[in-house]
Design a protein around this ligand. Structure first.
Ligand SMILES: Cc1cc2nc3c(=O)[nH]c(=O)nc-3n(C[C@H](O)[C@H](O)[C@H](O)COP(=O)(O)OP(=O)(O)OC[C@H]3O[C@@H](n4cnc5c(N)ncnc54)[C@H](O)[C@@H]3O)c2cc1C
Length: 225
């Protein structure tokens, strides 16, 4: 995981605060210093003519400080080395990247009896913002799968950390969630990570744990191939 802090006049008025805010990021293609970025128009995005289209990936607003205008994004430097991970690995002061307006709809339910938060390292930045937003005094169970102990981070809640080691992505996480005891009552769940694991655990939360489908907020973040 590497943290990249972005700045620039274009971030003035950026609405990035809150739990689980996600942005589209536009990465320069080989030979380009600055990526092309689209203009948002009512009929859809309009791209500058004659410029190569960037690689586009989705990332989480880990922190936005309106005072300093700084935007932190945490990138997993995964083995597949796609354009986003490669850009983060090579980024230096002065490197350019494009950022969209933030989106995201998750809000903690103030009436939930307990919260469950589940993710892998790609979801760790979002999990941190989700845990920050949970109401005090309501039980919260958090499960995070990372490669090994060195990838754990301090978070504002007690977390069950599981280590992937040589196992398939998502397998240790699915085991840990299935083995856990949940509090009684009406739960709300947030989960993200490898897509097949998210699909499997969403089904587990609905079918085996009886959590209401409207209270399960699940997103596949990446696909193991
Ligand atoms: C809403 C949302 C928020 C996200 N927030 C973050 C975030 O804050 N930080 C973050 O690091 N990621 C985050 N992701 C996940 C990130 O968008 C993907 O991991 C993305 O595929 C990375 O792009 P890339 O160009 O590096 O690799 P790609 O070109 O997309 O993929 C190249 C190869 O790498 C593999 N791969 C991709 N990601 C991983 C991975 N994590 N581990 C192992 N193999 C992988 C693919 O299977 C593929 O074979 C988020 C995704 C979503 C949908």
């Amino acid at each position: 995981m590497i943290r990249v802090t972005l700045g620039g006049d274009e971030l003035a008025g950026f609405g990035g605060d809150g739990p689980d805010r996600r942005i589209k990021m536009f990465f320069p293609v080989p030979g380009q210093e600055r990526p092309a970025v689209p203009r948002a128009m009512s009929g859809g995005p309009v791209w500058p003519a004659g410029e190569a289209r960037p690689a586009i990936r989705t990332y989480t607003v880990r922190r936005f400080d309106a005072g300093s205008g700084e935007l932190d994004v945490d990138f997993v430097l995964h083995e597949g080395h796609g354009p986003a991970a490669a850009w983060a690995r090579d980024a230096r002061p002065g490197s350019w990247v494009g950022v969209s307006e933030p989106g995201g709809h998750y809000e903690p339910d103030p009436n939930a009896d307990f919260h469950v938060v589940i993710g892998d390292e790609t979801a760790l930045p979002a999990v941190a913002t989700v845990l920050d937003a949970l109401p005090d005094g309501v039980p919260a169970l958090a499960f995070l799968e990372v490669a090994d102990a060195a990838e754990e981070q301090p978070l504002p809640a007690t977390v069950t950390w599981v280590h992937r080691g040589d196992r398939e992505a998502g397998a240790p996480l699915a085991e840990a969630v299935r083995a856990a005891e949940f509090p009684a009552g009406r739960g709300q769940a947030w989960l993200s990570g490898e897509s097949a694991c998210v699909k499997d655990l969403r089904k587990h939360l609905l079918d085996d744990r009886g959590i209401d489908r409207r209270a399960v907020y699940a997103t596949g973040y990446w696909r193991a191939r």
